[in-house]
Design a protein around this ligand. Structure first.
Ligand code: MYA
Length: 453
C-alpha cells in the first residue's frame, strides 16, 4: 500500500515558510516605483538616508479622518469581528488556519487556535474595532482579516504610542485583487480615529522599507520526528542515531532557583524586563497588566493543562533573598501535519522575552562573555523545559541578545528572514543580529528588543 508521504523538506524550508517569505519571494525584487500602494504611504523609501528620527506626516487630527470605511468590493462587506463571541473567534481561526500560511505541497499548516488568539489579540486595552474582517454579503463567510493591538513602542528612548498590525489574511480565491491595500487603509483609518498615527509590523516579504531584518533560526529537539514528517533530511555519512545524539538534551534543568512564574512575581519581572530591554533600540514598554498578560496570559490561559499552554514563563529566584534574577519565556504555535500516517501535529515553540541581571554587572570589561555564559545556561534550560510542552523544534530570530547563544545551543540558521517595519515613522537602521553576509553578528548583536508574534 502506497503511503501518501509528504515530500522531503529541510528544516530550512520549514523556517523559510515560517518567515512567510516563500509565497511572495518573486515579488521581492521590486523597485520602489513598482509598489503601487506602498509608494503612496508614509513609510521610508528604499535607500533613504534618515537625517532625523520621528513621524513622517503629522498634519492630521482624528477629525480629518473619514467616519466611514472605504467602499468594499461588490458582493463583500466590512465587519468588525467580536472575539468575545466563540463563533466569531472560530471564524477567524478557520480563515487563518486554512489561508494564512502553508507550504506549497500542503503538507503542514500553522495550527492557530482560539486560545492563541485570546492571548495574541486581546491584550490589555484591546479594541474590538481593530479586529477587522470582510464577509461575503450573501453567505456571511469571512474571507479576509487584519488586526491591530495597542502598544507603547520605544525607539531609541522615544516613546511612540502605536499599534502592532498582524494576521493580515485574504482567502486564497480573493488574492491579487488589491484587497490587501484596502484592508490596510481601513485599519489605518480606525487607528487614526483614536489619534494614533504610528504602527509596527513585520513580514517575510520586502516592503519599503525594513527598519531591521532578523534571521530565523531553529533548534531541533525531536530530530527523529522532524525526520519522520519530512522536515529534516539525513546528511550524508551520518546515521540517524548520530543526529539524535547531536540534539539530545539532559533530562533536568541546571539553574538553581528556576521555577514557573507566579502572579506575585509580576512587579519584579516587569522591573527586570524593563531594565534589560532598555539595552535595545526598539522595544515595547509594558505596564503591569501587560506584563502579566504577555508572560502569563489571562486566567483561562493560566488554567490550561500544561501541554496546552500558549505562553510559558520561568523565573530564577535567589533562594536566600527572594529576588528574581532572571526569567525567560516561550510561546507555542504548533503545525498541523497533513497526510502523514504517523503524526498529525508538530510542536513548535518560539523564544519570547528573557532577561538576566548578569547584564548589569558593569564593573567588568568582559561582561559579554559572562552574559553569554548565563544565557547559554538559561536558554538551554528553556529547551529542556519545552520538551514538557510537546515541542519538537524550538525557534528564535536573531533579535535581543540571541546571537550570543544560538551557535552554542545548536540553533541552525534558517533561510527565512523577518523584516520589521514602522508606519509613519522614520528611524535610523537598527541592527537585526546579522551582518552583510547574513551571518550572526556577534560584535554588534541586535538592537531589536521587541518580539512580534
Ligand atoms: S504579515 C502576514 C501576511 N499574511 C500572509 O502572508 C498570509 C498569506 N497571504 C495572504 O493572505 C495575502 O497574500 C496577503 C496579500 C493578504 C498577504 N504586508 O491584495 P493584494 C502588498 C503588507 O493584491 P494579496 C502581517 O500580517 C503588496 O506589496 N503589504 O495582494 C503584517 C502589494 O502592494 P504594492 C503586503 O496577495 C501586515 C499589495 O499588498 C503584504 O491578495 C502588515 C497587493 O495586494 C504584507 N504581508 O494579499 C500590514 N503582502 O502594490 C501593513 C503583500 O505596494 C500595516 N502586500 O506592492 C501598516 C500599518 C497600518 C496601521 C497604521 C496605523 C497608524
Amino acid at each position: 500500500m502506497a503511503d501518501k508521504q509528504p515530500s522531503k523538506k529541510t528544516i530550512e524550508d520549514l523556517l523559510k515558510m515560517l518567515a512567510m517569505g516563500e509565497e511572495l519571494s518573486q515579488k521581492q525584487k521590486k523597485e520602489m516605483s513598482d509598489y503601487k500602494f506602498w509608494k503612496t504611504q508614509p513609510v521610508s523609501k528604499f535607500d533613504e538616508t534618515v537625517k532625523e528620527e520621528g513621524p513622517i506626516d503629522q498634519s492630521r487630527t482624528p477629525d480629518d479622518i473619514p467616519d466611514e470605511p472605504l467602499p468594499m468590493l461588490k458582493d463583500f462587506e466590512w465587519v468588525t469581528m467580536d472575539l468575545e463571541i466563540p463563533e466569531e473567534m472560530d471564524q477567524v481561526y478557520k480563515l487563518l488556519h486554512e489561508h494564512y500560511v502553508e507550504d506549497q505541497d500542503e503538507t503542514f499548516r500553522f495550527d492557530y487556535s482560539a486560545k492563541f488568539f485570546e492571548w495574541a489579540l486581546k491584550p490589555p486595552g484591546w479594541k474590538k474595532d481593530w479586529h477587522v474582517g470582510v464577509r461575503v454579503k450573501s453567505t456571511g463567510k469571512l474571507v479576509a482579516f487584519i488586526s491591530g493591538i495597542p502598544t507603547l513602542l520605544n525607539v531609541r528612548s522615544k516613546d511612540i504610542n502605536s499599534v502592532e498590525i498582524n494576521f493580515l489574511c485574504i482567502h486564497k480565491k480573493l488574492r491579487d485583487k488589491r484587497l490587501a491595500p484596502v484592508l490596510i487603509k481601513e485599519i489605518t483609518r480606525r487607528v487614526n480615529k483614536q489619534n494614533i498615527w504610528q504602527a509596527l509590523y513585520s513580514a517575510g516579504v520586502i516592503l519599503p522599507s525594513p527598519v531591521a531584518t532578523c534571521r530565523y533560526t531553529h533548534r531541533p529537539l525531536n530530530w527523529e520526528k522532524l525526520h519522520d514528517v519530512g522536515f529534516s533530511t539525513l546528511p550524508p555519512n551520518v546515521t540517524k542515531a548520530q543526529m539524535v545524539a547531536k540534539y539530545a538534551l539532559p533530562s533536568t534543568t541546571k539553574t538553581k532557583g528556576l521555577r514557573k512564574m507566579k502572579i506575585e512575581d509580576v512587579d519584579q519581572v516587569l522591573e527586570l524586563y524593563t531594565k534589560y530591554q532598555a539595552r535595545f533600540d526598539m522595544i515595547q514598554v509594558f505596564d503591569k497588566d501587560e506584563c502579566l498578560h504577555w508572560f502569563m496570559g489571562n486566567q483561562s490561559q493560566q488554567d490550561l493543562p500544561e501541554d496546552e499552554k500558549v505562553i510559558v514563563t520561568y523565573v530564577v529566584e535567589d533562594e536566600s533573598t527572594g529576588k528574581i534574577t532572571d526569567f525567560f519565556s516561550f510561546y507555542m504555535l504548533p503545525f498541523s501535519v497533513l497526510n502523514n500516517p504517523n503524526h498529525d501535529k508538530l510542536g513548535i515553540a518560539y523564544l519570547y522575552y528573557y532577561a538576566t541581571d548578569v547584564a548589569f554587572n558593569n564593573d567588568d570589561d568582559d561582561n559579554d562573555s559572562k552574559l553569554q555564559k548565563r544565557l547559554d545556561s538559561l536558554i538551554n534550560d528553556a529547551l529542556i523545559l519545552s520538551k514538557n510542552y510537546k515541542v519538537d523544534v524550538f525557534n528564535a530570530v536573531t533579535s535581543q541578545d540571541n546571537v550570543l547563544f544560538l551557535k552554542d545551543l545548536k540553533f541552525g540558521p534558517g533561510d527565512g528572514f523577518l523584516n520589521f517595519y514602522l508606519f509613519n515613522y522614520k528611524a535610523f537602521p537598527i541592527n537585526g543580529g546579522i551582518d552583510k553576509n547574513k551571518e550572526y553578528d556577534m560584535v554588534n548583536k541586535s538592537g531589536v528588543g521587541v518580539v512580534m508574534l
